[in-house]
Design a protein. Structure first.
Length: 334
């Protein structure tokens, strides 16, 4: 059963890679969902740094392209074979292909999940990609022997959207998260959200501070979404057999790894995980989402929406993201 769609919807598109000015708000056609698809009308759309990577072609897209990887709203129609959702359901997602910067869209259903009653759409749109990322990092991207309560971990960009969720979730798991950030204000925010220590990397050598905090032992794992500026030094804070998980490139691509260096620094591990490998099936997506919903519903992880932008102001939202003016989560409102 489906509602009759409008023939067009407003959406952000890019015709070529470029700066924020490359984004245009246009009318695009929208139709009925096909097999395995749904049509969702957004009430909020998430903003993430991966959207900048798509806009600049660090992660190239077929052009012209939409932007945006997460959103929340109401399902308007379902295609053949979709059984876990129906028209009228409140739903949310983090999903490929990009295109959430819009009023409504037709998209694959497998990564769309029904929202529990206790979670509002703005919170959902702000947390799906970032929260599922924190989930797979802290629960699945683990050093040899796993993580136990009391273990030290290092999390770069701890005052960002993923970072603040990870600070809270790590505290709930009993982990001692050391966060880095680029200002004293951001460090204070990380501490307020559960980091046990916060290092202003603009004023302090995070390698020396981590060694001091851990009594020279280092950490079992480093979670790094910064990339170029932090990658090589992060190897120096790892314990033997430690893991460096690079999951983003906010300062530029991480440099190539010389395998002999990993041997010399303690038989280290390096990985480059991505959320979309983890949510490749509906069952995996649902299990991870259930874990995220549970920790948010418990109150252990809170998702403050710090900034709201109109859909037409997506370019300004990107300027703020790239200038690192944002903390926590931001959303677009169609």
């Amino acid at each position: 059963m489906s509602a009759a769609p409008a023939c067009t919807t407003r959406a952000i598109r890019i015709d070529q890679p470029g700066g924020p000015e490359a984004m245009r708000l246009v009318e695009v056609p929208i139709g009925e969902p096909g097999p395995g698809e749904i049509r969702i009308r957004h009430q909020a759309c998430g903003l993430n740094f991966i959207d900048v990577y798509h806009r600049t072609a660090l992660y190239p897209l077929p052009l012209p392209a939409g932007l945006g990887m997460e959103g929340a709203g109401v399902v308007e129609a379902v295609g053949e074979g979709v059984t876990h959702l129906r028209a009228g359901d409140r739903a949310a997602y983090a999903s490929t292909p990009p295109g959430s910067y819009c009023e409504a869209r037709v998209m694959p259903a497998k990564c769309v999940v029904k929202l529990p009653d206790g979670i509002d759409v703005e919170t959902a749109a702000a947390m799906m990609l970032k929260g599922l990322t924190a989930q797979y990092l802290l629960k699945k991207t683990l050093p040899q022997g796993g993580l136990q309560p009391g273990d030290f971990i290092l999390f770069h960009a701890a005052a960002g959207g993923v970072g603040l969720i990870a600070c809270q979730w790590a505290r709930a798991l009993g982990l001692q998260l050391i966060g880095t950030a680029g200002s004293d204000e951001k460090c204070a925010l990380a501490l307020q959200n559960g980091a046990v220590h916060a290092i202003n990397y603009r004023r302090e050598d995070f390698v020396a501070r981590v060694k001091d905090i851990t009594g020279g032992r280092g950490v079992k794992v480093v979670y790094d979404s910064v990339g170029l500026d932090t990658f090589e030094k992060s190897l120096d804070v790892l314990q033997p057999f430690g893991l460096l998980a690079n999951f983003g490139n906010a300062s530029g691509k991480a440099p190539p790894v010389e395998l002999g260096v990993l041997a010399a620094k303690g038989s280290l591990y390096v990985t480059r995980p991505t959320l979309f490998t983890h949510i490749a099936t509906r069952e995996a997506t649902q299990a991870m989402a259930d874990d995220l919903f549970a920790v948010v519903a418990s109150g252990a992880v809170k998702i403050p929406v710090e900034r709201r932008y109109a859909l037409a102001d997506a370019a300004q939202a990107h300027r703020d993201l790239e200038a690192r003016l944002t903390t926590g989560c931001s959303i677009l409102l169609p």
